[in-house]
Design a protein around this ligand. Structure first.
Ligand code: AMP
Length: 560
């Protein structure tokens, strides 16, 4: 079997590491409560000048759960959480679990039609929403009557920003949107209540994290309490983190990297998680200087941007003992440049939405090798308890060094997609995830990614599914046919490009089409480049040849 277990190199490494992961708790709530019991006054969140302790998180989430239950929320119900990297995200998770429900993590960059799809697909009954996102997006979506959302609670980015003794100095908050309840007001009103719901079971779905799938529509990966707890332990034990550490929240919390590698990890240790509402380089740098966190994990573009922002990176980054990065390829030259500026070696990690973050990682202190043929930096070796295989198209196992699809099994792999039994069966045969990533393992057990089997575009770590962009562009009246591909981009790694042909007699220019897409989709998805051609290349059966367009683009057509 192509696994790491029989690799002498890793066996030597592991001999010095802690034993394989054996979680003591099997639900996120039990894990949280154990940390609370050990260190109630431990700061759990640092948010600008504010701090929230574990005891406060417990009280706030008790109040939220009580309010949800009062509103008819029942075991297994879903609450969508549509906020930025704010304390409300963590309160929302804990409150949902205490009410016996499942949280739905929603990307705050999503616009109306994306939000509507996610609310409908998850069947969310409640929504915790940033007040500004409610006004801009959610109010209109709820008003369509096409969702099941009955309870809307809003939260302000200004809450929990100030020290307790500075409440009075807080900037004035915008008014609470009509028809919603304010989270901090509910906490004041219901603080001290204990929700009466039965505690979640290990195999209950704790969070739905939405991913792009083979059909192009987002699917909700069912992160159970058990798989999430394992993901948190994987981080702690692979990286040797302890309660003296603290986490810089660079990754978005709605994504598994932030969900597990920031929120879950800091609740497990427990240790402070530094949040900054969103990734703004200057603000993040201020937080790094002020709070001196010791660990972070995030997209390589964010880390690089942060180092560029700093005029004195060696000093600013000196508190960071351990830095990991995953979600997108790391060019060895980029890693070298980061190290030259900051003195920090970035450890590459690999994982997916379907695996509660990590499956592979560069062992702490090790240097990932670079494949001499492709120049690719290894994504690491499989983590504790993880079996990774390289498969051919018939599901047979490839030999060492041979290229095939990476398939993964282990306690962190989710049991499937929400309400999608057929797609789950195809993606997880016998519980093993077919990742759609193509790669190989070398003789020492290091894994490398070669390409993506799927046509997904990876722009700065944000995954864009071409079909979704195409579907939107098809709603433009001038467009006859469209194909979306990823093209190399010096800053984003890849960026989104659309090839379009126009209806006879129709006129449109690339700028119009880009603006149209920009107005209707999340900022990371809309095409930055549009090229108008006479005809798109197709197979005999009429399928548009996306890969040909990407690799051998046609000459510009009459419309451009
Ligand atoms: P997501 O589900 O958004 O976490 O995306 C998972 C995908 O990101 C994987 O299937 C890979 O294609 C890509 N990915 C994750 N980690 C890495 C990495 N270290 N290097 C290159 N690509 C990665």
């Amino acid at each position: 079997m192509n696994t790491y277990q029989d690799r002498p190199w890793l066996a030597r490494y592991r001999a010095g590491q802690s034993a394989a992961v054996e979680p003591e708790y099997h639900t996120m709530l039990d894990m949280f409560r154990a940390s609370l019991g050990r260190a109630p006054e431990q700061v759990a969140l640092r948010y600008f000048d504010g701090a929230v302790t574990l005891a406060q998180l417990d009280r706030y989430s008790d109040a939220l759960a009580s309010v949800l239950l009062d509103g008819g929320f029942r075991r297994g119900d879903r609450m969508a959480v549509y906020v930025q990297n704010d304390p409300g995200f963590v309160i929302g998770l804990l409150g949902t679990w205490k009410a016996g429900g499942t949280a739905v993590a929603i990307n705050p960059m999503n616009k109306a039609h994306e939000l509507e799809y996610l609310l409908a697909d998850s069947g969310a009954r409640a929504l915790l929403c940033l007040d500004s996102l409610y006004e801009e997006v959610a109010r209109g979506v709820i008003a369509t009557g096409r969702t099941s959302v009955g309870t809307v609670i809003t939260t302000s980015a200004l809450d929990w920003q100030a020290r307790d003794d500075e409440r009075v100095l807080r900037p004035p908050r915008p008014p609470v949107p009509d028809g919603t309840s304010d989270l901090s007001a509910l906490i004041e009103l219901h603080g001290g209540r204990r929700p009466g719901a039965a505690p979640p079971e290990p195999d209950d779905v704790a969070v739905l994290t939405y991913t792009s799938g083979t059909t192009g529509r987002s699917k909700g990966a069912m992160n159970t309490h058990r798989t999430m707890v394992y993901g948190c332990y994987n981080f702690r034990d692979w990286l040797d983190l302890t309660p003296v550490d603290s986490v810089l929240g660079i990754a978005p919390l709605f994504h598994v990297t932030g969900l597990i590698g920031h929120v879950g990890l800091s609740l497990l240790l427990p240790c402070p998680l530094v949040l900054t509402h969103r990734f703004h380089p200057a603000v993040m740098l201020d937080a790094l200087r002020e709070h001196r966190p010791t660990f972070t994990v995030g997209a390589i573009t964010a880390l690089t941007r942060l180092a560029e922002e700093s005029g004195r990176p060696a000093e600013d980054f000196s508190s960071l003992r351990i830095v990991y990065s995953g979600g997108a390829p790391i060019a060895p030259a980029v890693n070298d440049a980061f190290r030259a500026r900051t003195g920090i070696y970035i450890h590459n990690v690999y994982g997916l939405t379907e695996t509660n973050s990590l499956t592979h990682g560069t062992p702490l202190g090790a240097r990932a090798p670079v494949d001499p043929a492709s120049g690719a930096l290894s994504v690491g070796v499989p983590l504790f308890g993880t079996v990774a295989r390289i498969l051919d198209d018939d599901g047979g196992e490839r030999a060492v060094g041979e290229i095939g699809e990476i398939a993964i099994s282990g306690p962190q792999v989710v049991p499937g997609y929400w309400n999608r039994p057929e797609e789950s069966a195809a993606a997880f045969p016998d519980g093993e995830l077919r990742t759609g990533d193509v790669g190989f393992m070398d003789a020492d057990g290091w894994f490398y990614l070669v390409d993506r089997k799927k046509d997904m575009i990876n722009a700065s770590g944000y995954k864009v599914w071409p079909r979704e962009v195409e579907d939107l562009l098809y709603t433009h009246p001038a467009i006859r046919e469209v194909a979306v591909v990823g093209v190399p981009d010096s800053y984003r790694g890849e960026t989104v490009k659309a090839f379009v042909s126009l209806h006879p007699g129709a006129t449109a220019n690339p700028e119009d089409l880009i603006r149209y897409a920009k107005d209707n989709m999340a900022a990371y998805k809309y095409p930055r480049l549009v090229e108008i051609v006479d005809e798109l290349p197709k197979t005999a059966t009429g399928k548009i040849l996306r890969r040909q367009l990407r690799d051998n683009p046609p000459l510009p057509g009459a419309g451009s």
